[in-house]
Design a protein around this ligand. Structure first.
Ligand SMILES: [Zn+2]
Ligand SMILES: [Zn+2]
Length: 264
């Protein structure tokens, strides 16, 4: 299984970067985990978007799904996606329509967003939308995808992706405030990508994110083999974030970088 970081920014992009997006490939299966702003262009640099079998969204915040809009336009309007009469051009491939796995309520959210300027059903026309619940397990090609709900400002899921036939586990913590649920879900994982959004805990209101130190603590408590910090801005002091995460983890930590590849 091969994981490529397409975007690791928090809710605003790094200079030249993209928000949440990860390409996961195994044999001929390809899936996109999150599709935040900027991710579609980064995907196009690495893989044909018509070859993506499924898109999985951790939650319905803009930085995790906004690039479904340009992706949907491509799937509907790209010349090669135009249906042609098969009797006149036999052998022409049918247009791609990837499956889109998104949390309950996604259809309503997408219709509100796209309805602001045009046909509300844009995303549902381009993708085959399937709304999932936390208890479901998905099969995407040879990959098995599991979820655990984690506490954030909206219904949010940590996501585990692993080969169904057995092999290394990749756990994506999504966005979460400190949570025992995340530790339990990531137990003994091979690779934990955890958000290290905040230089310090939120000063007011309910908490919704982790500091790098807290990400390190969660990885340590879960006994994760490897910790990669993500959802972290280039406007933060990354050396300090790394040191803090390593202090919490008790071992070396990396920061996700756009284009970085992890093989499990
Ligand atoms: Zn986010
Ligand atoms: Zn979020």
């Amino acid at each position: 299984m091969r994981i490529t970081v397409l975007g690791k920014s928090p809710s605003w992009q790094d200079a030249g970067g993209a928000c949440s997006g990860y390409l996961v490939e195994e044999d001929r299966a390809a899936m996109l985990l999150d599709c935040g702003n900027g991710v579609f262009g980064k995907l196009r640099e690495r893989r044909d978007y018509t070859e993506i079998d499924a898109v999985v969204l951790s939650h319905l915040h803009a930085d995790h799904f906004l690039d479904l809009v340009p992706y949907a336009y491509a799937l509907i309007y790209a010349p090669r996606q135009q249906p042609v009469p098969v009797d006149r051009w036999p052998g022409t491939p049918t247009p791609a329509r990837p499956v889109l796995h998104a949390p309950h309520g996604a259809g309503e959210t997408f219709r509100q967003v796209c309805g602001a300027w045009g046909p509300p059903g844009l995303i549902e026309k381009a993708f085959e939308l399937r709304e999932y619940g936390a208890s479901e397990t998905l099969a995407i090609g040879g990959l098995r995808v599991r979820f655990a709900e984690v506490p954030h400002f909206t219904t949010t899921h940590a996501v585990e992706i692993a080969p169904a036939a057995g092999g290394g586990r990749f756990t994506f913590g999504a966005d979460s405030r400190p949570a025992a649920e995340l530790v339990a879900f990531a137990r003994d994982t091979d690779l934990l990508m955890a958000e290290g959004t905040l230089p310090r805990p939120e000063r007011e209101g309910p908490r919704g994110h982790l500091t790098p130190f807290e990400a390190g603590e969660h990885a340590r408590d879960a006994r994760a083999r490897r910790l990669v910090l993500t959802h972290i801005s280039d406007e933060l002091d990354l050396a300090c974030a790394l040191a803090e995460a390593a202090r919490g983890f008790g071992g070396p930590v990396e920061v996700a970088a756009e284009g970085a590849v992890y093989e499990l």
